[in-house]
Design a protein around this ligand. Structure first.
Ligand SMILES: [Zn+2]
Length: 82
């Protein structure tokens, strides 16, 4: 394994982290977003909601028309904390 820096970004259309391979957003991705949007909580939620809508559409195609449950918790639920 190399130590080349890689961004924790979602893979379209599976929405898994490009680095961790787990469901995006992973913990490093969340930490990066929280740092990036530190003083702009509203912007962060808008951004997450946009990604959630995109993910719902793409994941629904992968899952025979039904988007997986709890996408809201996964994408926007954590951003509301604090
Ligand atoms: Zn990751």
């Amino acid at each position: 394994m190399s130590h080349v820096h890689r961004e924790h970004l979602p893979t379209r259309s599976t929405w898994r982290c490009q680095v961790c391979g787990i469901a995006w957003p992973c913990s490093p991705a969340k930490l990066r977003l929280l740092a990036e949007y530190r003083d702009r909580c509203t912007d962060l939620l808008v951004y997450l909601a946009t990604l959630q809508a995109e993910a719902a559409e793409q994941l629904a195609e992968l899952h025979h028309g039904t988007p997986p449950a709890c996408l809201a918790d996964r994408f926007t639920g954590w951003g509301r904390a604090r």
